[in-house]
Design a protein. Structure first.
Length: 422
């Protein structure tokens, strides 16, 4: 951990955090101290804020680690970074973005309507995450990145969490933008929000922020929750290629006036029947790539029909499918983020938990940088390592070697090189 913090100190990360989050006045610890402490604990295997007591005595032995602060100290400081939630009226036709109206808090209190959608957009922390990714070299200015927009669900019984009929329980539903497969920007939404709620507003907001930082958008990918007329209109206007899953209604409508000749093609070892057609989606012309593949439903083998909507006519059908399917790997980030604190919410209000979610995302970016840096120094480290593997390599293995306990014979030389390097 000492070595990892040393690596990060050379990047000006901690001073950058204090510059962007501001001073805490006469407080004993700066924001960078608090984030550094949470980072060390997460890298040590902690997933809950209250569990940092497990490592406190060990951290107090190293003066660089600010005596190992308590969960209450970190929690109180993080709460000061919170912003108030926004409330939006609910409408069944959630894909028609004009049907949502922003409500003031007094109206919400008066109506006491659980159908209202509650969101939290913390611009300061989202900008911190984006700028940190650039500072650490995870993202590079003037380069074009694939943008994925997706929602996930965090189950929790926190008192202000809402019920999700889709997931069958209470929780939060963050909407996240990933650049180059890395989660960067998030709007925290309560569990009752549809997957398509405010996608247009959030996407426009994120693209403007990303462009302002000197980054370019190569393409936009989303599931069928992102396929709305206004989003298609916006992306066409901005000349941004998109690849989105089309729902059953669009697939059916696009086939009505077309007689397609499905041809069998092999895409990544899977045999698919593929065809494409043009389709007027509102006032916008798009291309639908249809493909059929066999799957199983209730134990029966059936042929399933899928569609991908795009505004790119230059790629062949197989490449359109491959480009869209890349997002499946990026969705794995949500399961990884749960190892960084997304699984357990420390506070009773969404606005405070939103801070925890975004700072945990920041720690994930730090972890990504450490993997990229160390993979160039040590053969044993790979950029695809998950947290558990990383922890085992840098804590368990080194302890075993230091205590003279047996290691795997086939990896002993590698472990020794790792130990000498650190």
């Amino acid at each position: 951990m000492d070595y990892a913090i040393g690596i990060l100190s050379k990047t000006n990360l901690w001073s950058s955090i204090d510059e962007r989050l501001g001073s805490r006045g006469i407080a004993r610890y700066s924001y960078s101290d608090l984030i550094q402490s949470w980072t060390i604990n997460v890298l040590g295997g902690t997933t809950r804020l209250e569990h940092i007591f497990d490592h406190r005595d060990a951290l107090r032995q190293n003066k660089k680690f600010k005596l190992g602060m308590t969960p209450d100290t970190i929690s109180r400081a993080f709460k000061r970074l919170a912003v108030e939630n926004e409330y939006w009226s609910y409408h069944e036709a959630y894909k028609d973005h004009s049907k949502f109206n922003k409500l003031d808090f007094e109206t919400v209190k008066k109506e006491k309507d659980k159908k209202n959608n509650e969101i939290n957009w913390n611009e300061k922390l989202n900008l911190l995450n984006l700028k940190t990714a650039i500072l650490l070299g995870i993202l590079k200015k003037d380069e074009a990145y694939e943008l994925d927009i997706d929602a996930t669900f965090i189950p929790t019984d926190i008192s202000d969490s809402r019920f999700s009929f889709l997931k069958g329980g209470n929780g939060y539903s963050p909407l996240t933008v990933m650049l180059g497969g890395i989660p960067i920007l998030s709007e925290i939404r309560n569990g009752n929000s549809h997957a398509g709620f405010r996608n247009l507003e959030f996407l426009i907001q994120c693209i403007e922020i990303i462009k302002a930082e000197g980054l370019r958008i190569k393409l936009v990918r989303s599931d069928n929750a992102g396929l709305s007329r206004k989003i298609v209109q916006y992306l066409n206007k901005e000349n941004i290629p998109f690849y989105m899953s089309s729902d059953a209604n669009v697939n059916k409508a696009s086939l009505q006036d077309a007689i397609l000749n499905f041809k069998e093609k092999v895409v990544k070892k899977a045999t698919l029947k593929i065809a494409d057609t043009d389709y007027m989606f509102g006032k916008e012309k798009i291309r639908i790539v249809h493909f059929k593949k066999y799957g199983y439903e209730k134990g029966n083998r059936i042929e399933k029909h899928h569609g991908i909507a795009t505004n790119n006519w230059n790629l062949n059908n197989e490449d359109v499918i491959k480009t869209y399917n890349t997002r499946a790997h990026h969705e794995c980030n949500f399961s990884l983020l749960k190892e960084f604190g997304w699984k357990y919410m420390p506070a009773r209000e969404m606005k405070f938990n939103a801070v925890h979610i975004l700072i945990s995302n920041l720690v994930y970016l730090i972890f990504t940088y450490l993997k990229q840096f160390l993979s160039k120094k040590v053969d044993f480290v790979e950029v695809t390592m998950e947290m558990k593997t990383f922890t085992k390599a840098f804590i368990h293995v080194l302890v075993q070697y230091t205590l003279g306990k047996p290691l795997l014979l086939e990896r002993q030389d590698e472990y020794k090189r790792l130990y000498r390097f650190l």
